[in-house]
Design a protein around this ligand. Structure first.
Ligand code: NAP
Length: 318
């Protein structure tokens, strides 16, 4: 049977769910081990978070840096080169019971495998304000590379104090008149190099110890209501764009109640392995990592999952 044909009776060795660095690395390794992996890449989220980023300067092997989408295209090509079958569809249901697992995708088609690698990554965190949701797409955004261009010569706020917030703020200086970073503490969580770069930029200002109480505006954003967390004073910041960059939450909706999660909400794995509490189900990348969450650590984790699956399948066959 050629790669790409799917019949109800075909039971693959492994299906990988998710197409970030973890998923594609797992695909490269399992494909090179002749396991003919099927990777379900997602419809709109294919390529994962790096698709929304610009220069990646810290992925080893690219001394001049590489654009996030280009890196993901390379990952995809490398996985395909060794025979990974890739479906740009969303998984709608997973049946992880028993020895043969079933994956259902958006079209209703089902696929079966002896092992599953979950590499579903993480999703942007929201502030949780009603007006943030209402004005999403009308001035509130989670992706500067996607939407920054719409805010040419405007005053913009970025919420957060991590690397993502610094990256968004620096990117937005290409378009914005001014960028104000609003952070709830007086020190950054971002790496020193990113924090220093943002603090040295003439277009970027910082508002410290401050929480966003509300997003203001009728049809589009006109400002933010802020609260100083030290003295309790309230103020308004006039901006027409708000970029929320306060971290991510692991994407576990598909597996809630099916595999064990940690108190942080990531999929629980055994020690340094990728083994979940369900036999034949492995997990890798941001979805298991509450701490490091780098492209390179996700890749390493995808490699671990591929090697674990290889051992699992060979034990089944022996
Ligand atoms: P992060 O490191 O978890 O930082 C999130 C920031 O948002 C923190 O400053 C946090 O405040 C703040 N925050 C969280 N919840 C909030 C809320 N409800 N309201 C207001 N502020 C809130 O997340 P990240 O910046 O997305 O980075 C995630 C990982 O990706 C990190 O490991 C980071 O190094 C990596 N990353 C790396 C790069 C790069 O190297 N170029 C770029 C992007 C991301 P506190 O500081 O008070 O906790």
């Amino acid at each position: 049977m050629s790669i790409g044909e799917n019949t109800a009776s075909q039971v693959r060795d492994v299906i990988i769910v998710g197409s970030g660095p973890a998923g594609y690395t797992a695909a490269v390794y399992t494909a090179r081990a002749n396991m003919k992996p099927l990777l379900i890449a997602g419809s709109v989220t294919a390529g994962g978070e790096l698709m929304n980023t610009t220069d990646v300067e810290n992925y080893p092997g690219f001394p001049e840096g590489i654009m996030g989408p280009d890196l993901m295209e390379n990952f995809e090509k490398q996985a395909a080169r060794f025979g990974t079958e890739i479906q740009f569809e969303d998984v709608t249901e997973l049946n992880l019971d028993g020895d043969i697992k079933t994956v259902t995708i958006g079209s209703g088609e089902t696929f079966q495998a002896k092992a599953i690698i979950l590499s579903t990554g993480s999703a942007y965190r929201e502030l949780g304000l009603a007006n943030e949701k209402r004005l999403s797409g009308h001035g509130v955004s989670w992706c500067a590379t996607c939407d920054g261009f719409f805010f040419k010569d405007q005053d913009i706020a970025v919420i957060g104090g991590g690397d993502s917030a610094m990256e968004e703020a620096l990117f937005l200086t290409k378009f914005a008149k001014s960028v104000t970073v609003v952070h709830r503490r007086d020190t950054l969580k971002a790496s020193k190099i990113m924090g220093d770069r943002a603090q040295a930029h003439e277009k970027i200002k910082f508002v410290w110890n401050t929480a966003v109480e509300d997003v203001l505006g009728e049809d589009k954003v006109t400002g933010l209501k802020l609260k100083n967390l030290v003295d309790g004073t309230e103020s308004e910041l006039a901006v027409t764009g708000v970029f929320v960059a306060i971290g991510n939450d692991p994407r576990t909706d598909l597996v809630k109640g099916k595999v064990d999660l940690t108190p942080e909400g990531t999929i629980a794995v055994e020690g340094r392995s990728s083994r979940t509490n369900v036999k034949g189900v492995f997990a890798a990348g941001d979805v298991i990592d509450p701490t490091y969450r780098q492209a390179i650590t996700a890749s390493g984790s995808g490699c671990v999952a591929a090697l674990d699956v290889e051992h699992y399948i060979s034990d089944l066959n022996s």
